[in-house]
Design a protein around this ligand. Structure first.
Ligand SMILES: [Zn+2]
Length: 339
């Protein structure tokens, strides 16, 4: 089934178009419809005011600690769960009213390591790694559990995986076609993650300022998921200042960023978070850069009043976005706007 939406403006591949149509395929993939391509006879084209854009995604949530339908109602078309019980996550995926869910399954940790010592991390949400070979087995379990990401922790406040074990986990994940997200916290952990070949850091580094050499190395090899607003939730803190400065430096070397908030960790709004967006802007991202960091070509998000690229208004306006459903049982109120 294909659904199509047309609107006064589209945001697409780094810029705006005035007017256009987005088509959503049955698997949720979204593309701009070319004018030469005839609409399928079964297509329903919905004409909407405002701006359409590919689905807005939060690349760092914990589904066990937040209500996923609430997040979708708050404008998130997709989420990446970065640590949870795999059977619970598999049961959430694809249910109606849910954001598109991509997940990592359990935190892969050193014996006794973070977060097995935290009250919010139930048994089953972490898996201890005892050797390089055990790491490869764990990756296979994660993959068999439906994960499309692997999450590994490197927290200097407790035991750490030996570097060869960390590297072996990353290599096994890459052999299985799974990107690796590392929680890197504390001295030496960012360098260890990058050296091991991690694809993403789960957080912008915040515990100490990065030197330019390490920031450059990160930018060349490892993307960062932002999570700026976990520092102070709107009240400036030293950690927030360090993270924003690190992100600015990383970006100056061309580093890749994804918007992520660590939903489930503290009093964050269960929706698109304008404070996180303003944090990204404080680190030098333009509104177009923020949209590139937030969107994936799955699903369609809609800003009913139209996007506003004024840097002072952009975050609050983007937070009014809503998710459109491609299904025939579409219930988004569109009175008077359907053609
Ligand atoms: Zn997290």
């Amino acid at each position: 089934m294909t659904a199509s939406y047309s609107a006064d403006s589209l945001w697409w591949d780094g810029g705006f178009r005035s007017g256009g149509t987005l088509r959503v395929s049955g698997d949720g993939g979204v593309a701009v419809a070319s004018s030469s391509e005839p609409a399928g006879s079964g297509d329903l084209v919905r004409r909407l005011p405002g701006t359409l854009l590919p689905g807005l995604v939060d690349a760092h949530v914990h589904a066990a600690l937040v209500d996923l339908p609430t997040l979708r109602a708050g404008g998130l078309a997709g989420v990446w769960d970065l640590g949870g019980v795999p059977a619970q996550l598999a049961g959430l995926r694809g249910r109606p009213g849910m954001p598109r869910l991509r997940y990592a399954g359990p935190f892969l940790i050193p014996p006794g390591g973070y977060p097995s010592d935290r009250a919010w991390a139930p048994r089953g949400s972490w898996r201890e790694i005892r050797s390089a070979a055990d790491g490869a087995e764990a990756v296979e379990e994660v993959r068999a559990g439906g994960a499309t990401l692997v999450k590994v922790t490197a927290h200097a406040g407790g035991p750490l995986l030996p570097q060869p074990t960390l590297a072996a986990v990353v290599a096994a994940a890459h052999d299985a076609g799974l990107p690796v997200v590392v929680h890197a916290e504390g001295p030496g952990t960012v360098a260890a993650a990058v050296e091991a070949g991690a694809d993403w850091l789960a957080h912008t580094p915040w515990t100490e300022p990065l030197d330019a050499g390490l920031a450059r190395e990160c930018a060349a090899r490892t993307g960062w998921i932002s999570t700026l607003d976990i520092h102070g939730w709107g009240t400036p803190t030293a950690e927030l200042g360090t993270a924003v400065a690190n992100l600015r430096l990383f970006r100056s070397f061309g580093g890749r960023v994804r918007y992520g908030t660590d939903l489930g960790n503290g009093p964050l709004p269960p929706a698109i978070n304008p404070r996180e967006i303003r944090g990204l802007q404080a680190a030098g991202l333009t509104p177009d850069d923020v949209l590139a960091a937030m969107t994936e070509h799955t699903g369609v998000s809609w800003v009913p009043g139209g996007l506003d690229l004024d840097p002072d208004r952009f975050a609050d306006v983007l937070a009014t976005a809503r998710v459109l459903s491609p299904g025939p049982d579409h219930r988004t109120p569109l009175r008077g706007s359907q053609q």
